[in-house]
Design a protein. Structure first.
Lengths: 344, 100, 188
């Protein structure tokens, strides 16, 4: 296809995906409040719209209209750019995530992925995750307050430590698929084995890697049980103590966007991506893979919220000991066993 | 199509900036960062020549440079923390107790 | 044309970041300029076709080593550099001198040398071929660098540990630690 068609199609895809992502972020906040409420034996938001479905709109209006206070003692350049950095890196990694097969719309064939099949898609996601530490570290440091600084130091140390087991758990998947490209990894999980069990990586050998990935991802996104950096009872609010209104909303969005990215990556690498029962007319066959993808991502976000209100928080030294002394050796063990089995 | 010389010039400029930073700056952490800048300039040279002579070992050597830079950064920063604990300063001019 | 435009765009960002590193007085600004330099260098590597090297540059250099630098700057609460005695003659002669020297060298090299051109995406460095080289021809350097990293880890842990850290009771901060935590919360 010509270069202008390519650019127009890419712009349309980017706009659509970012719109869906931001809506997903807003409604995962709604989902969290509802599920939290029900776990805690209360209703959650019910007043704004049916079932409280317009609650994110009310929250957005609140954030925009709230007084945007910049405390006088902060280091202004970094204070103002830290939320931007956090949100930018949280949203950028959606560019390499494929949602479905190639679709054919009016004669134009295009993959359901903003950056069509990069050879190193998985590495791009890992790189953007590594860069996301800067938003938190700079926010805590520029706020010039002891709660923020301690929260930021803890959060950066935690994120950097768990990045290692995150990466190592993904290498097992890599060895089985033989490529860094996310589309190839999903395609390698097609079909079934033993007759009816789908050949998703979570069933087909990478179960330990799946759990290591899940735990490391919980730690990467600073969610309970690893949310000591922003625990209310511990550090006031950790690295975003001094932020209000829109800037706090950006950190909030960045955290939930990271959750969505991690959920998308988990479905792609371990749960077979968009593979699922496909039936019906061609228009349905184009939409059903995306539907299965969304179902699996929704399951992961629900799992995030469920774990948050079930498990108690780790203490910081327990957290670091767990990451370095338990997860890292297990990830290396998984890598060695997978490599041995595949080599034979 | 960009002449190879352009890449080498960019690499040279980065290296010279690194050397200038190493000589001019007084903060030990900034001096370390200038060393990293020099190493990055050299990495660009490696990759540019690899593309020019179609030899992939240029790109492989970049890995070794990165590994050495990482090891050096880790040990160097540990030394800086140790020196800061005793001398309470990050200014290299002040760490001069052995000077005559 | 596109190649030249992209090269100049990212090259300008590189040089601007490098000069900003020299000019800034606070080390955190220098660290962030260096991150910008590394990210734009990753883009330059992509222009040369080294995709794996570019990804590793972002993951390792910009995402881990520079985080370590930022971490140490935050931990030690390093303030702005003291103003040393700058010589005005040096600035008046030095900066134009460096610029003129650079332009001269660039002009001579670009017009006289006859090295070839590099096409966009010059040498495709995909992970498979690099892995082939890394684990077959360069296996010995690879293993030696892994031992080097192990030594660096041990050295860093020993050098940065607090005096008497092993004998300290679990969970209690020493006097030095408490003092450091308090001073880390003070104003810059």
């Amino acid at each position: 296809m010509s270069i202008t068609t390519f650019i127009i199609v890419s712009v349309i895809k980017s706009v659509a995906v970012i719109f869906v992502l931001l809506t997903a972020v807003a409604y995962s906040v709604w989902l969290e409040r509802k599920v939290t409420g029900h776990i805690q034996n209360r209703w959650g938001p019910t007043r704004v719209g049916p079932f409280g479905l317009l609650q994110p709109l009310a929250d957005g209006a609140k954030f925009i209209l709230k007084e945007d206070l910049t405390p006088p003692h902060v280091y202004r350049p970094l204070y103002l750019t830290a939320p931007i950095i956090a949100v930018t890196f949280a949203i950028t990694s959606i560019a390499v995530i494929p949602f479905g097969n190639w679709v054919d719309v009016g004669g134009i064939k295009t993959p359901l992925q903003i950056a069509p099949d990069l050879n190193i898609g998985l590495l791009v996601v890992l790189g953007i995750t590594s860069m996301g530490v800067y938003g938190i570290a700079l926010a805590g440091w520029s706020s010039n307050s002891k709660y923020s600084l301690l929260g930021a130091l803890r959060a950066s140390a935690q994120m950097v430590s768990y990045e290692i087991s995150l990466g190592l758990s993904l290498i097992g998947v890599l060895i089985m698929a033989g490529s860094f490209s996310l589309r190839e990894i999903v395609n390698a999980q097609g079909g079934t084995f033993l007759g009816f069990i789908p050949r998703w990586n979570v069933f087909h050998g990478q179960t330990l890697a799946f759990f290591i990935y899940l735990i490391s991802a919980f730690a990467e996104t600073n969610r309970t049980p690893f949310d000591l950096p922003e625990a209310e009872s511990e550090l006031v609010a950790g690295y975003h103590t001094e932020y209000s209104a829109m800037k706090f909303a950006m950190f909030f969005m960045a955290e939930y966007a990271n959750m969505v990215t991690v959920a998308c990556l988990a479905t792609l690498l371990f749960l077979g991506g968009w593979h699922g029962p496909i039936f019906g007319p061609p228009i349905l066959q184009m939409i059903l893979p995306v539907f299965w993808f969304c179902v699996k991502v929704f399951f992961f976000i629900f799992l995030y919220i469920w774990v948050r209100w079930t498990l108690p928080r780790f203490r910081y030294d327990q957290l670091m000991a767990f990451g370095w002394k338990i997860l890292l050796p297990l990830a290396i063990l998984n890598l060695v066993v997978t490599a041995l089995i595949v080599a034979w | 199509m960009v002449p190879l010389t352009c890449y080498l010039l960019l690499s040279g400029i980065l290296f010279v900036c690194g050397v200038l930073g190493f000589l001019i700056k007084r903060n030990i952490i900034t001096i370390f960062m200038s060393i990293e800048l020099m190493l990055n300039g050299v990495n660009l040279s490696f990759v540019a020549f690899a593309a020019h002579w179609h030899a992939l070992s240029g790109q492989v050597f970049v890995f070794f440079v990165m590994v050495v830079a990482a090891a050096e950064a880790a040990v160097g920063l540990a030394i800086i923390i140790a020196v800061y604990r005793t001398r309470e300063t990050l200014n290299v001019d002040r760490v001069n107790l052995l000077k005559l | 044309m596109l190649h030249l435009a992209l090269f100049l765009f990212f090259g300008t960002i590189c040089v601007a970041g490098a000069i900003n590193l020299l000019v800034q007085r606070h080390p955190i600004n220098s660290a962030l300029s260096l991150v910008v330099v590394m990210a734009s260098l990753a883009a330059e590597y992509l222009l040369l076709g080294a995709e794996f090297v570019a990804a590793v540059q972002v993951i390792v250099y910009a995402g881990a080593i520079m985080v370590l630098f930022v971490f140490v700057i935050m931990l030690l609460n390093a303030g702005e550099e003291e103003r040393t005695q700058g010589s005005r003659v040096a600035i008046l002669l030095g900066i134009p001198g460096v610029v003129i020297g650079t332009v001269l060298v660039a002009w001579v090299l670009l017009h006289r040398s006859s090295t070839g051109l590099v096409s966009i995406g010059g040498l495709r460095g995909d992970p498979k071929s690099i892995a082939g080289l890394l684990f077959k021809d360069f296996l010995l350097p690879f293993e030696v660098t892994s031992i080097l990293i192990l030594i660096a880890i041990m050295g860093a842990v020993v050098l940065a540990s607090r005096p008497g850290a092993v004998a300290r009771r679990h969970g209690e901060p020493t006097a030095t630690e408490t003092r450091e935590l308090v001073s880390a919360g003070k104003e810059r």
